[in-house]
Design a protein around this ligand. Sequence first.
Ligand code: M6R
Length: 613
Amino acid sequence: MLKMCGIVGYIGYRDSQPILLEGLKKLEYRGYDSAGVAVFTEHGLEIRKTVGRLSNLEARLREQPLRGTVGIGHTRWATHGKPSVANSHPHTDHTFKVSVVHNGIIENYLELKEELMLKGHRFQSETDTEVISHLIAAEYDGDIVRAVRKAVRKMRGAFAIAVLTEYEPDRLVAVRLASPLIIGVGEGEMFVASDIPAILEYTRDVYILNDGEMAAITRDGVELMTIEGNPIAKEKFHVDWDLMTAEKAGFEHFMLKEIHEQPRAYRDTMRGRIAADGRDVVFPDLGLTPERLREIRRVHIVACGTALHAGMVGKHVIERLTRIPTETDYASEYRYRSPIITPDTLVIVVSQSGETADTLAALREAKRQGARVLAITNVIGSSVAREADDVIITQAGPEIAVASTKAYTTQLIAFYLLGLYWAKALGTLPDEEIARTLAAMQALPEQAERILAQGDDIKALAESIARHQSLFFIGRGLDFAVALEGSLKLKEISYIHSEAYAAGELKHGTLALIEEGVPVIALMTQEELYEKTLSNVKEAKARGARVIGIVSEGLDAEAAKSVDRMFVVPRTLPLLAPALSVVPLQLIAYYAAVTLGHDVDKPRNLAKSVTVE
Ligand code: M6R
């Protein structure tokens, strides 16, 4: 059973159950097909587990609460096999002494399980996690930290674990090997979590564990060490987000809130990166200096899903502004296609979470082959941020909805800034053009606000497509890149089948699917390609398509003659249009999903952070 999950742990002076539940709620986006907690109570180690959403666990704990000041909890998302109570975490050994929550994969668990079974261990679940608890119990000889260390040395894979044992209920042990884990530090209480929001209500001071590090945690402190047992000194990281940032702030869904946060996120991502006279980009702490940029001869942009779609816009931006050949790749494909990576290749990995397994693996492969790696990510301290040579942090703030919105648009802003900075270094764009583009970028937040103010019009468009089985998004150039994102967004939350096509490609086969009433969303923001797209619109219309145009101001009068309905986005430079034209597409997806009554923030089969390959 593979998993990608949320972990939380508490040891202190308060009742642990509500803290664990609150923490799990903040992590539910990491997985939500089953959940459980283990608490050390007056009866010893006690566990409650339920299948389904966290509310089921809450209900169970209301009926049968667990009282105790130390506990661990878990919310799970399975990629194989059925979610079941037996497969849910925490798992224990057969003597019920050692409980474990786990995120990741133990690759050699079957081998380990067989060895343990020969020694008389009996197993209840199909999971690899259960093997960990047995292994630790088998190694226990009076010191839980030593037992965990010995067990971990036998395990192969990528994981984060938290361990609570009845033998030593005044300590928790946490280990990180390639799956995120942090330790929160309070007064007389300590926390473990796979992500910061889980504990933000209680403390802002955290230790971020690196791969191969572990922590022995008591109420009063934490001992940090490598899994070999060597002590390590580490600086605490102070988190300066407020919790409200991670909550819905009055919106019906996180996704809607996050769509509305985009103007703020654009501003934050530009803040401090544009010179006071507005004529240059400044990256005060980017190791990728103009001298280094001048050595780059090719670029690979590697990412998954929405982040890859941002990378596709990034390709246009870099090639247009710097003329450096740029390729984009699915991270899951990159490693296996034997990419041509030379020392003058810059690999740009894009990842909201900074924890996506495929992206991380591509990053490592690129580094192994000698490339310099730049990460564009939203999470400071994430694996991608720590392992890349250079990092541009997008300032989107925590993104909770599974469907990525503000992360995508801030990734676009990061590409624009990078492209201009690079163009300046190479002299490929006149200074006046750089200043003009920066001025246009600074107008984007206000222009996005104008789009958001027309939410009702977009809602009406969404309602008009929501009952259709299938639809198409078309566009050319940058519009095609945005069409891909619009289509993914719609599929992921409304479950309506849609495809994005390069507008000129439609007639090479897919046009056969166009029949009376099929909606086609046509993006037309690029002046030079506009006439061409319009002819493709006419081809579709001639076959009965109902065309909705997403059109830039200035091109709308002509488009109005050919489309059935239209949404006009404010005029900007063609290169910047994706940062605006995607906004109505995000809202169309959102309102279509709401119309159909879907769980917008937690779409079926998906999880926020995909930490398995
Ligand atoms: O955290 P990342 O940006 O690396 O995630 C990559 C994709 O899993 C992600 O963008 C996914 O496609 C989103 N759910 C799309 O909305």
